[in-house]
Design a protein around this ligand. Sequence first.
Ligand code: GUN
Length: 302
Amino acid sequence: MTAKIISGKEVAQQIREELRQEVAEMKEKHGVVPGLITILVGENPASVSYVTAKQKTSHDLNFYSVQDNQPEDISEEDLLKLIDKYNNDPKVHGILVQLPLPKHIDEKKVLNAIDPDKDVDGFHPVNVGRLMIGGGEAKYLPCTPAGIQELIVRAGYETEGAEVVVVGRSNIVGKPIANIMMQKAKGANSTVTVVHTRTRDMESHCKRADILIVAAGVPDLVKPEWIKPGACVIDVGVNRVGEKISEKTGRKIAILKGDVNFEAAKEIAGAITPVPGGVGPMTITMLMKNTVKAAKFANNIQ
Ligand code: GUN
């Protein structure tokens, strides 16, 4: 059996078209344009490429959109002041500070400084708490986990009562996706297991999974024989394993590999996301969705 390939690129495109429509309507009926600020400190090449892609998408959707580049040696105090400026700017509905930050800056302090109502990343402790409580409480779901849930549902997998196994316990992916999938809600209601570096027998847990979500950051961690035949496999890994020359642009680009051996796994799984082109495009799209939500919330638009 060859798995259905879940194209995050295609699903992301569909959602972006829906958002484009919503943004046009908001502008016409209410005179409101969603505003997104992305703050980049330093020039980490991966961060530059992520932030550039976020800005490109928000321009494409006709947001008011600004990329604020700050030098690597900006002080923590000045970064906090900058965030405060945007917290108080009514044109700005969403603020994103690209992580990781340089070592001299306390990441927690910075995330805590963003107004929770403008925290379109969903990283502020208030939004993390709202997600845990669930029901109507959750306001902004963090973007990568929200995109993963959307892909599972749109791939037609039943989540209710399903065995979901999450590999990895990061704050950005593992913990929040486990929380989302266990909620008493549509597209969730799953039985969730989280495995990690201290798990005794990772293989036996993975083998039970109807839906296997892998976010460990270790290339080829999950072996094909760990996959239950027909399972839905979501590979969140984006591992840079080398460089090549792009056929399209002639420029050097990173060779990316997931946490799952795609070629072998697709012969066993029922559906699987590729790397690249799987979860990645969804993360940016869910950020756009959260920004539209933030703009509606700030302007009392239903
Ligand atoms: N660095 C890697 N992923 C993310 C993300 O989703 N948001 C932010 N702010 N930084 C990141």
